[in-house]
Design a protein around this ligand. Structure first.
Ligand code: HEC
Length: 486
C-alpha cells in the first residue's frame, strides 16, 4: 500500500514508469499486482500501454528502471525484461537469472542461479559417461555459472582388457571431461579371462603372449632358433631337438639339429650322411644318407652297422656258436650246421653240431642213432657208421611197421618184430627160407604188412607210411647179407 502511494506520488510528478513497473517488487515477481495497482492508481498501464504512450492521468510513461517488473523488453529502460523484471543485460545462458527469487541477488541484476536449484529446468541429469550435468541443479558459481556436473572421480568408462591391452576405469575430472585412462599393454602376459585386467603370472604358456613361454610362473621370451633348450615350449620355432631350438621337429634317427650331433649349423635340421650311426642309434642299420629316419632293410652289409651283416634284406648281428641259424652269414663262425652256428663246417657222417650237451660244437652223433639218415645202419658214437644190427636197426623198424601182429600176437606163428630168435625160425610159408628172409618175399609180393594197402613197390607206396621205403629195404638187405647180426 505504501509503495503504491509512492508510485501515485511519482505519477503526479509526471515521472510514472511504463508497463506497471513495480517500483520495488520486493521479490514478488509477478507484475500483475503492481500493474493492477498502477492501473488502479491511474499510472502507466501494463504492456498494452507501453512506454511513451499517454497515460490517462499521468501523461507519458517513462521506461521502467532496472529491477522493476515488466512484461516485455520494451517496458524497460535497458530493453531487457528477464524473469519478469527489467534486467541490466539480456542475461542469456544457463543457470543465470535476473530475479532475486532465483538468484538471491537484487532484482534486475543478472546473476548465477542459487546453488542446487534449477528453476528454469536447465540441468536435467545426463549419463555419467558424459561427465555432464549430474541432475543436482545449478552450481551457484558467480564466475562460471552452469549446471552442477558429475563429480571428479565418477567412473565414466568401465575398465577393459582386450587383446592384451588393459584400460583401468576412466573418471570424470569434475569439469565435464572424461579423463581416459592410459592403455597398459599386459606384455608379456595376456588379459585375465575372468576380468578386465592383465594376468599377473602364468600357469602355462597359454597365459603368455605367443612370443613367450611360462617358466616357473613368469612369461619369458622364447629362445631363437639355434639357442640351447630343454623343451619345445622354450623355442620360438616350437621345436627343441638335440638340445637346441630347431627349425623342425627333427626327431628322425638320421636327423640332427645341433652341430655337435652332425647338423650343418645349430638349429637347422640336417639329414645325416650315408653310413652315420644315427642318434638315437639306428643299429643294426646305419643311415642311408637320403632319409631322416633309420632304414628298415638292407641291400648289402654296407647298409648295416658293424658287426651286423645283411642277411636277406635284414641287418643282423652275427651269432655266437650254439645260436640257432638259417644261413651261415648269420653266424660269427660262418658255419650254420644243423640249424646251429657251429665252430666248424662239421663235414663227415655221424658228426653233428646240435648234439645235446655240445650245441655249437661239431661232435659225434650218439651211438645207435642216425638223426640225419647218413648210415645204412646207425652211428657208432665215434663219428662213423656201424651195423645194421637187429637190436639197433631192424627190431625198431619191424616194431613200427609190423607190430603189433608180430610183436604181441605171434601172427603167422612168429613175433620176429620183438624176438630176435623168431627171425631165425624156419618159415611156414616161404619154403626153404627162415622168417627173416621170408619177410623180403612177403613184403615184395605185397602180402605184408597185412591189409595195409602196400604193393611191395616203394615208389608206388611212398605216400603210405605203413609200407617199407627204399631205405628200409636197403637196411633189411644189408642186415641179411651181413648174416643177420644180432
Ligand atoms: C595186421 C597184422 C599183420 C601185420 C601188420 C603184419 N603181419 Fe605178417 N602175418 C600176419 C598173419 C595173420 C600171418 C599169417 C598168415 C599169412 O601168412 O598170411 C602173417 C605172416 C607173416 C609171415 C610168414 C611167417 C612164416 O612163418 O612164413 C611173414 C614173413 C610176415 N608175416 C611178415 C610180415 C612183415 C615183414 C610185416 C611188416 C612189414 C608184417 N608181416 C606185418 C599178420 C600181420
Amino acid at each position: 500500500m505504501k509503495r503504491r502511494l509512492v508510485a501515485v506520488a511519482l505519477c503526479s510528478l509526471g515521472l510514472v514508469h511504463g508497463a506497471g513497473c513495480g517500483a520495488d517488487t520486493g521479490g514478488d515477481a509477478g507484475s500483475g499486482g503492481a500493474a493492477t495497482s498502477g492501473s488502479a492508481g491511474g499510472g502507466c498501464d501494463d504492456g498494452s500501454v507501453g512506454a511513451g504512450l499517454i497515460a490517462p492521468t499521468c501523461g507519458p510513461c517513462a521506461p521502467c528502471e532496472q529491477g522493476m517488473s515488466c512484461k516485455a523488453g520494451s517496458d524497460c529502460a535497458s530493453g531487457s525484461c528477464v524473469d519478469g523484471v527489467c534486467c541490466a543485460s539480456a542475461c542469456e545462458g544457463s543457470c543465470v537469472a535476473c530475479s532475486k527469487a532465483k538468484t538471491g541477488a537484487a532484482d534486475g541484476t543478472c546473476a548465477s542461479v542459487k546453488s542446487g536449484t534449477d528453476p528454469d529446468a536447465e540441468c536435467e541429469a545426463s549419463p555419467a559417461a558424459t561427465c555432464g550435468a549430474s541432475g543436482e541443479g545449478c552450481n551457484g558459481d558467480a564466475a562460471l555459472p552452469g549446471c552442477r556436473l558429475h563429480a571428479s572421480g565418477t567412473e565414466c568408462a568401465p575398465p577393459t582388457c582386450i587383446d592384451g591391452v588393459a584400460l583401468v576405469a576412466s573418471r570424470c575430472d569434475g569439469e565435464g571431461t572424461c579423463d581416459a585412462a592410459l592403455p597398459q599393454p599386459c606384455t608379456p602376459t595376456i588379459c585375465d579371462p575372468v576380468g578386465p585386467w592383465c594376468l599377473a603370472s602364468c600357469a602355462s604358456s597359454a597365459d603368455c603372449m605367443a612370443t613367450h613361454w611360462c617358466e616357473e610362473g613368469a612369461c619369458v621370451a622364447r629362445a631363437a632358433q639355434g639357442t640351447s633348450c630343454s623343451s619345445e615350449d622354450e623355442c620360438a620355432t616350437g621345436h627343441c631337438a638335440d638340445g637346441v631350438c630347431c627349425d623342425s621337429a627333427c626327431d628322425g634317427g638320421c636327423e640332427a639339429c645341433a652341430m655337435t650331433a652332425g647338423a650343418l649349423s645349430d638349429g637347422s635340421c640336417t639329414v645325416l650322411p650315408k653310413g652315420a650311426p644315427g642318434a638315437p642309434s639306428c643299429a643294426p642299420y646305419v643311415c642311408a644318407g637320403n632319409f631322416g629316419t633309420c632304414p628298415i632293410f638292407c641291400q648289402s652289409s654296407g647298409d648295416c652297422a658293424s658287426p651286423a651283416v645283411c642277411v636277406g634284406s635284414s641287418c643282423v648281428v652275427p651269432k655266437a656258436n650254439g645260436a640257432s641259424c638259417k644261413t651261415s652269414l648269420e653266424c660269427t663262425s660262418g658255419n650254420c650246421i644243423d640249424g646251429t652256428c657251429c665252430n666248424s663246417s662239421c663235414g663227415g657222417a655221424c658228426m653233428a653240431c646240435d648234439v645235446k650237451g655240445a650245441l655249437g660244437t661239431c661232435a659225434f652223433v650218439p651211438a645207435l642213432t642216425d638223426p640225419d639218415a647218413e648210415c645204412v645202419g646207425h652211428c657208432n658214437g665215434a663219428g662213423a657208421c656201424a651195423g645194421p644190427t637187429y637190436a639197433a636197426d631192424l627190431q625198431p623198424l619191424f616194431a613200427s611197421k609190423c607190430g603189433p601182429c608180430h610183436t604181441t600176437f605171434k601172427s603167422g606163428g612168429t613175433n620176429f618184430a620183438a624176438v630176435y630168435s623168431d627171425s631165425l625160425l624156419t618159415s611156414l610159408t616161404c619154403a626153404g627160407l627162415d622168417v627173416a628172409a621170408c619177410t623180403v618175399v612177403r613184403l615184395q609180393n605185397g602180402s605184408m604188412p597185412k591189409n595195409k594197402g602196400c604193393t611191395g613197390n616203394p615208389n608206388l607206396d611212398a605216400a603210405n607210411l605203413d609200407c617199407f621205403t627204399e631205405v628200409n629195404y636197403a637196411e633189411l638187405a644189408a642186415w641179411l647179407s651181413a648174416g643177420r647180426p644180432k
